[in-house]
Design a protein around this ligand. Structure first.
Ligand SMILES: NC(=O)c1ccc[n+]([C@@H]2O[C@H](COP(=O)([O-])OP(=O)(O)OC[C@H]3O[C@@H](n4cnc5c(N)ncnc54)[C@H](O)[C@@H]3O)[C@@H](O)[C@H]2O)c1
Length: 314
């Protein structure tokens, strides 16, 4: 089947890499990038690009009418830290953007929809270590509970309307191609830039704050593997737990020191992102992803650190 793939929110940290990966697989003209702002990256111009606000339903409908997408990836969202600065907008964008896309996907018979959730769906009373797929979930950020509600809607559209929606709870994603979009795990990207530029970084998270993370190459590969998996193998229609590597700022700093011995790491106090991080898991149990679509990460801490430093030096 000839695919037409619409990626909404294509210019962010994930979209810039996902669009390229999809174009490599399906061809440049088959992947339509779409964002509320023009692309900063020349390679996004390699194929079609549409300027659109996901909350403008009429404009979104035009795009579905024009392209009749067989697959839609919805990446437009406000992230955890930015969401706390504008909670109502975060709720509106994260929730109504999703509902519009689900409805248009049904109306235009889109075959598959991808929508990312996050480890932010967990909260202070969720188990901290090897957090399981099913457990107490009491997120206390608007980002977290918008993702939790989004998961419920995805599962609902699957069961009620037979819409093939697939989703992953991404951990903090580490990448070098595009800047991160304002999340609680962004320190783990800034640290590499500053280690190379200044030889010094002040982490906004404390030394022992362990969080689940993943190198972007793994995240993109995992996403495409989930989208390629046979529908009948997928037991989770809310969103899959998805694990890469867990570490603290102190452990990451020590790994960077193996490459840059003079690198110095210190910590700033009282950052609001610490309060968010304190409610999130330290590590994730992703047994369902391993069993259902054979998920296996390739990047451990050492390999990710080498990849980040090598690519950023270029
Ligand atoms: N990056 C991570 O570490 C991470 C972790 C967990 C989940 N996620 C999820 O993955 C998705 C993508 O994340 P990201 O890191 O690429 O985010 P990002 O902020 O880097 O990119 C989001 C993109 O959406 C666009 N956008 C914002 N409002 C829009 C609107 N109204 N209409 C159309 N486009 C709009 C932005 O211009 C931006 O290019 C989000 O749903 C996010 O919650 C990301």
């Amino acid at each position: 089947m000839k695919e037409n793939i619409l990626v909404i929110g294509s210019n962010g940290q994930i979209g810039t890499e996902l669009v390229t990966a999809l174009r490599n697989t399906y061809g440049n003209t088959q992947v339509i990038a779409c964002d509320i702002r023009k692309p900063d990256y020349e390679y996004l111009n390699a194929g079609p690009f549409e300027l659109a606000n996901v909350l403008d339903t009429a404009r979104l409908k035009e795009l579905f009418e024009q392209y009749k997408p067989t697959q839609v990836y919805l990446l437009a969202a406000l992230l955890s830290a930015t969401g706390e600065q504008n909670p109502k907008l975060a709720w509106d964008l994260n929730m109504n953007g999703l509902l519009s896309v689900l409805d248009l996907a049904l109306a235009y018979k889109t075959v598959k929809v991808y929508w990312p959730s996050s480890i932010a769906v967990f909260g202070p009373n969720s188990p901290k270590t090897q957090t399981p797929q099913y457990c107490t979930m009491d997120p206390n950020t608007v980002y977290g509970f918008s993702k939790q509600a989004g998961e419920r809607w995805c599962e609902y559209y699957f069961h009620k309307y037979n819409l093939d929606v697939r989703s992953i709870r991404y951990p903090g994603l580490i990448s070098w191609k595009a800047a991160p979009g304002g999340g609680t795990t962004d320190y783990a990207i800034h640290i590499f830039h500053e280690a190379l530029k200044q030889g010094h970084y002040s982490s906004f998270l404390s030394a022992h704050t362990e969080l689940p993370m993943m190198y972007m190459d793994d995240a993109i590969r995992g996403t495409l593997e989930l989208m390629d998996a046979p529908s009948q193998n997928l037991r989770i229609r809310s969103s899959y737990n998805f694990a890469g590597v867990s570490f603290t700022p102190e452990i990451l700093g020590a790994e960077i020191n193996k490459h840059i011995p003079e690198f110095k790491l210190d910590y700033t106090a009282n950052d609001p992102r610490q309060l968010i991080a304190d409610t999130w898991p330290g590590s994730i149990d992703d047994t369902y992803a391993q069993e259902d679509w054979h998920w296996k990460p390739e990047y451990d801490l050492a390999k990710m650190t080498t990849a980040m430093l090598t690519n950023l030096k270029k």
